[in-house]
Design a protein around this ligand. Sequence first.
Ligand SMILES: [Zn+2]
Length: 470
Amino acid sequence: MLAEADGLRAGGPPGRRRALALYRGLRDALDAARTEDAARVQWVFENDARRDGPVGEMAAAAAKSAKEPEFRDLAELVRGQSLADLGRLDEAEAVFRALLAAARGTAARIERLSCLSLAKLFAHQRRGFEALALARIAATLARKAENPWDLCVARARICMALQVIDDGERLARAVEELDRALDDAPEERARPLRWMVLGFRVEAALEVDDLDGARRALEGLKGLTSSSAGTSGDPRLPLDLAAEIEARSGRHREALARIAGARAIPARVPASDLPLALLEARCLAESGDAEAGRRSMAAVLDLLDEEPDPDPFGTGQRIRWATEAGRLLQERLADPAGAQRAFDLAAGWVVRRIVEIDRAIADMPELAGVAAEDLRALTDHRNRFVREQAEILDRVAGLFSGDAPPPGLVHGGVGEDSYFHACAWCRRVKTAGDRWLPIGEFLPDDRRLRISHGICGDCRRRWTDRMAGT
Ligand SMILES: [Zn+2]
């Protein structure tokens, strides 16, 4: 059977797909310490866009046993990618960072590949700043190496980062650049990225309320999905987008049916249940069933409040969904207690996000020297982030009704040793001897950061005075 797969490998796309299936099935018989098996495993890594369980197993075995260092690094990278796809984001990040640390400044292929993998991981966690900086570095490295394919992937990561940063104008330009660059790439390889381009087009059209344009782009996306077996794109995406289009058209029943259809497909990205739940609650509210909407949002907040280790969502993602849930609960679902809980969670994660960025810059020199072209985008992003934080805190404060924050408001228990206590209002952190230090002067050694936020004495007094004055 191995010989059969070897023969099929050289043929057309159907034969190559069959060869991939055979190698995956025979993975236990492949020993990456042997040259011919190493070549087979490497071929799977390069030709199969999936990073699922079987590929993860092949990668873990090859990372241990392969003789050739360059291939060992590639296997380790693929192992990290499959950890990321399984939602083990912290472990995946550690793998990529170790590879990058070893390859930094060498201009070897693994240096740009680990930048690309980190950029994708950070974009999924909605860590836009880190994602954009690493994607740009990868693009520069790919240009220097004259590798047009890696440059295409870097452009795709730049698009993902700009989407997170919520910069529609720059994203539209980057998507067009990516689309043009894909014309020169081999069709089969380019397909997942074309798929991504069409997804971005649907979202861009929705952003300007161009429902017809969104429907057209969605048809293209569906056409590409049906014409190609094994696209690596998230199979839920076309249904998610269709649900969003139905909801915007006021067809809530149809939207709810699409959401149920999307849920029936296993999630590729750990957080993809959250946007579905938010859309569902919006549809329920607009079709008059606020009670069901509130139940659905309470389930989302329970999920966000859990914070398992490893974290399947990431801080940026948590801020975004908690804030959106809070707005929905306050404005459309008439649930001030639920909204308070949502904004309170968001406020705690904003504090954590600030420390997370500082620490990422300290750990990764790549993030310190941001390209001039991105400084404006990142400054705009930071300003929006600050405005968003102000909105969150205003809403938390606006929801207080007594003269002190209700005890349930402050997230995380006092006295839990694994937590750092921070004031979400002035962003100071409580240190030994009950001193409050600005968060910029505080960089804990623990990789895993647990911040419980509350309100410090000064801010509490200011707040109480304000309430007394009104
Ligand atoms: Zn304070």
